[in-house]
Design a protein around this ligand. Structure first.
Ligand code: ADP
Ligand code: MG
Length: 158
């Protein structure tokens, strides 16, 4: 099942992240896909805010993983863009996925084969005719729990 939300500025993307955060628990996995500048990190900042994390969220492009321990649950923010083949193993991603925090992965298509079976994928796209700040967020949940969460967030928004 797919759920779509259209937003018209960065603040709305941030707010959706905040809203989603209220449903999330340790071991949950959120995948954020879309081109550079699509809004993946902006969404993660909202998620972090929703978890009560006060530190500034920076893109983990060069570090691959950044960890935030000061919220309701830990946040593990990952960027798979620079991962080479086998990199997921080297980083011990499985330990994160079975660990004590919320896992958020930008550019998850680079580790498609190493993903657990349940997750919430959100695909960010722009549309040329709708202006610079328009984004469509498509929620693509795998598994019952994330389907229910996606439904909640999307209907709450409507
Ligand atoms: P990504 O992590 O996908 O590369 P970022 O969140 O870092 O993207 O950057 C998105 C940029 O686009 C930011 O500068 C943000 O202010 C801007 N922007 C404009 N409109 C939106 C929107 N609707 N949602 C998210 N970001 C937006
Ligand atoms: Mg980013």
């Amino acid at each position: 099942m797919d759920f779509k939300i259209e937003v018209t500025d960065a603040a709305q993307t941030y707010d959706l992240g905040m809203k989603l955060a209220t449903y999330l628990e340790p071991k949950d996995l959120i995948l954020l896909d879309g081109d550079l500048g699509a809004g993946k990190t902006t969404f993660t900042k909202g998620l972090a805010k929703g978890l009560g994390i006060d530190r500034n969220i920076k893109s983990p492009t060069f570090t691959i993983i950044r960890e935030y321990q000061d919220g309701r649950i830990p946040l593990y923010h990952m960027d798979a863009y620079r991962l080479e083949d086998g990199g997921a193993d080297e980083l011990g991603l499985d330990e994160y996925f079975n660990g004590d925090g919320l896992n958020v992965v930008e550019w998850s298509q680079f580790i498609d084969e190493d993903l657990p079976k349940n997750y919430l994928r959100i695909v960010f796209t722009r549309q040329d005719d709708k202006g610079d700040d328009f984004r469509q967020l498509e929620f693509k949940p795998q598994g019952e729990r994330f389907t229910e969460i996606a439904k909640q967030v999307v209907t709450q928004n409507g």
